[in-house]
Ligand binder design. Structure first.
Ligand code: DGL
Length: 274
């Protein structure tokens, strides 16, 4: 009762910072605790069991640091771990705490954006294989055709700041061509990995202007705002001093150097072990 804490935001690494920056823009009054599991990223190629185990550890860590609500701002973790954590783990840990993901809020919205009824999903191998986008979109937009394509090179390219090198651009062009070859009717492409918004501007220059490129940050932030309005008790448990604290499982100086690209502002993080 009356416990107050920051809103936890978790990602395998830097990508969730693109989501956090949109959340902070829309909901600046809250406190946030970001955790990037950079030491064990990327998650995209890891098995279901491993992603689940790592994500649960991260969620427990955020809970132990006072978070009552955690947003899993990682599509791979949302796809492979969220449901099990919500259904099996949360009741044992604390029934009052909540964990939300990024796939459900995105699929509630994106079906309404296409005119042709054909949507392309670009994501990690893990997210694509889980079929989570296909399954969730069926619920909200049953007639929409969903075509997925995994881009395993994009996260390493972005993490190493090689995405706009000549070789990096070739990889990105090739993946987009492969997606559009699978379904030329696609008029909405969802960047369904939190790293990919870094590529949005470049992608817009190489796909036909009739195709809309969607980043999830804004959508997730709007849905979170909505969620907090509907869950009064939980909203009251979120502290409001406008502070943001960053945790990383890797070297904190490395994190601070790279994080600016994703968060858009300078960041000072603290190293932790999970
Ligand atoms: N942040 C992850 C996602 O949104 C991708 C990065 C990774 O593979 O760890 O799926």
């Amino acid at each position: 009762m009356n416990k107050k804490g920051p809103i936890g935001v978790f990602d395998s690494g830097y990508g969730g910072l693109t989501v956090l920056s949109e959340i902070v823009k829309q909901l600046p009054e809250y406190d946030y605790l970001y955790l990037g599991d950079n030491a064990r990223a990327p998650y995209g190629t890891r098995s279901f069991d491993v992603v689940y185990e790592y994500t649960l550890e991260a969620v427990k860590e955020l809970f132990s640091r006072g978070c009552e609500l955690v947003v899993i701002a990682c599509n791979t973790s949302s796809a492979k771990a969220l449901r099990t954590i919500q259904q099996n783990d949360l009741p044992k840990i604390d029934d009052n705490k909540r964990v939300l993901g990024v796939i459900r809020p995105s699929t509630e919205v994106i079906g309404g954006l296409t005119k042709t009824g054909h949507i392309g999903i670009l994501a990690t191998e893990g997210t694509v294989k889980s079929e989570s986008y296909v399954i969730e979109l069926k619920k909200f937009s049953p007639t929409t055709v969903v075509v997925q394509h995994a881009c395993p090179m994009w996260v390493p390219l972005i993490e190493n700041n090689e995405h706009l090198s000549v070789a990096g651009k070739l990889f990105i062009q090739e993946d987009l061509q492969l997606l559009l070859k699978k379904d030329p009717k696609i008029d909405v492409i969802v960047l369904a990995c939190t790293h990919y918004p870094i590529l949005k501007e470049y992608i817009e220059t190489i796909v036909p202007s009739t195709i809309e490129i969607i980043s999830q940050g804004k959508i997730v932030a709007e849905k979170l705002s909505d969620y907090l309005k509907r869950h009064n008790q939980l909203e009251k448990s979120c502290s409001k001093n406008g502070e943001i604290h960053f945790l990383t499982t890797e070297n904190s100086l490395d994190f601070d150097r790279k994080a600016t690209l994703f968060f858009g502002k300078k960041v000072r993080s603290e190293h932790i072990k999970l």
